[in-house]
Design a protein. Structure first.
Length: 116
C-alpha cells in the first residue's frame, strides 16, 4: 500500500470511527457501572475501536514516507466527512455558519494539498 493511499484511508476510517462512537454512546448512561458495561457490549463501540486501530496503523504507514507538516493538516478533511456522515446516519442538523466554517477549513486543506 502506498503512503498516500494509507493517508486517505486513515482519514476516512478516523471519520467513520467518530460517527460509530457517537452512535455507540447515544442514550447510554455512562455515569453508572451498568452504563460502562453496556458500552463494552455495543457493536458500534467495537466498530469505533476497530476503525480507530486501523486508522492509526495506516497513519503510521503514511508518516513513514510523508512529511508530517503535509500529512497532519490533511486530517482536517475528516471534518467535512464527519459532518456528512452525521447528517446521513445520525440525523444531525448542521446550520449554515457551521457549514461555512467546514468549507473554510476544507479550502485551507486544499491549499496545503496543492503545495506539495
Amino acid at each position: 500500500m502506498t503512503p498516500p493511499v494509507a493517508l486517505w484511508l486513515s482519514i476516512v476510517l478516523g471519520a467513520c470511527a467518530q460517527v460509530f462512537l457517537r452512535k455507540g454512546v447515544s442514550g447510554k448512561n455512562t455515569g453508572t457501572r451498568a452504563g460502562y458495561f453496556s458500552l463494552l457490549l455495543s457493536g458500534w463501540v467495537w466498530a469505533w475501536a476497530l476503525c480507530f486501530a486501523l486508522a492509526t496503523g495506516l497513519w503510521l504507514i503514511a508518516l513513514a514516507q510523508i512529511q508530517v507538516s503535509y500529512a497532519f493538516p490533511l486530517l482536517s478533511l475528516g471534518y467535512p466527512i464527519v459532518a456528512l456522515l452525521s447528517v446521513m446516519f445520525l440525523g444531525e442538523r448542521i446550520n449554515a455558519p457551521r457549514w461555512l466554517a467546514i468549507l473554510v477549513i476544507t479550502i485551507g486543506v486544499a491549499i496545503i494539498w496543492k503545495s506539495s
